[in-house]
Write a protein that binds this ligand. Sequence first.
Ligand code: PLP
Length: 372
Amino acid sequence: MIPFGDIKREVTELESELNDAIEEVLSSGWFVLGRKLEEFEAAFSAYLGGVHAVGVGSGTEAIHLALMASGVENGDYVITVPNTAVPTISAISVAGAQPLLVDIDERSFTMDPSMLREFVSKEKPKLGDKLKAIVPVHLYGQSADMDLILEVAKEFDLTVIEDACQAHGAEYKGKKVGTLGRFAAFSFYPSKNLGCYGDGGMVVAQNPEDAENLKMLRNYGQKRRYYHDIKGVNSRLDEMQAAILLVKLKYLDDWNRRRSEISQLYDRMITNPAVTKPVVMDYGVHVHHLYAIRHPDRDALIEHLAKNGVGSLIHYPVPIHMQAAYKDLGVPQGTYPVAEAAASEILSLPMFPQLTNEEIEIVCTHINSFQG
Ligand SMILES: Cc1ncc(COP(=O)(O)O)c(C=O)c1O
């Protein structure tokens, strides 16, 4: 069996360091909003190059809190893409806003900036101040084409919140993703490039006032205990997860390098002519959270791989506007042809730093032998 992912291998590698970190938290007797979180926020902020980092309960909550801090309210509109993980949309809905979708670029699988410009030019005069924000998604570990997105946002006075939940360490034109918009959201779900062992997330802000506001929003709107200046929620990265993330952050760049190596091995060893391999855009550094190929007979390929003991997953099989839960968006099938075509053909192969070269070779052998 070659699993799609295997976090146990990482836990085994780091076992003694992790046990020490967990033991330290247990013996401190302090579990929420403590020293470990402060340490991790400082370390993550330094890793990104000096933005303000605020630890929260999940990546979904990071997006939600960034929307709240942007002033998004009931009845507002927020633009994102149809091929994202549903949590991007959940966060927008929970903030009371309606998601509006813009199709993706066929090569990068991220928001198409020229379609964004066209869309905003058409919608802004109708929606006015209710159109509040853009959430570009750095999908599979690769940045969206941010210059053009930021340009549209500036021109039409929209807040940019980067969904960097799949892109820890990725870069765009020499800058780390997460430092480009007014806000950014990271997820530490266990399988992410930097993951904890439960749920966790980080919202990142460019300016200190936004960060102060976020710290209140994540903690019931209080700065001083039991004195609530604004309405907030409970969404905090706990001490245990912060301690685990502090151990793991040191390894992130090495792990990302290994992901890049694995991706290059797949690129070289997959020779099946019916397979389209992922494109690495020349504007940035891709951190290969996922390696997603395309094949016209994708479902049969999954079956073939499964029969041969190779795990795979689809990210994501159903675009947002075609999900049962989001029928009320009233967007018919056919509206986003690039995202829809991709959803029917994509397939993510095993991708995690501890995957061995031998396992990669076996995966490629089975892909190459598929005659669909
Ligand atoms: C693109 C994207 N956005 C948002 C999220 C939400 O993160 P979380 O699972 O930590 O809530 C995820 C991860 O699941 C994601 O991949």
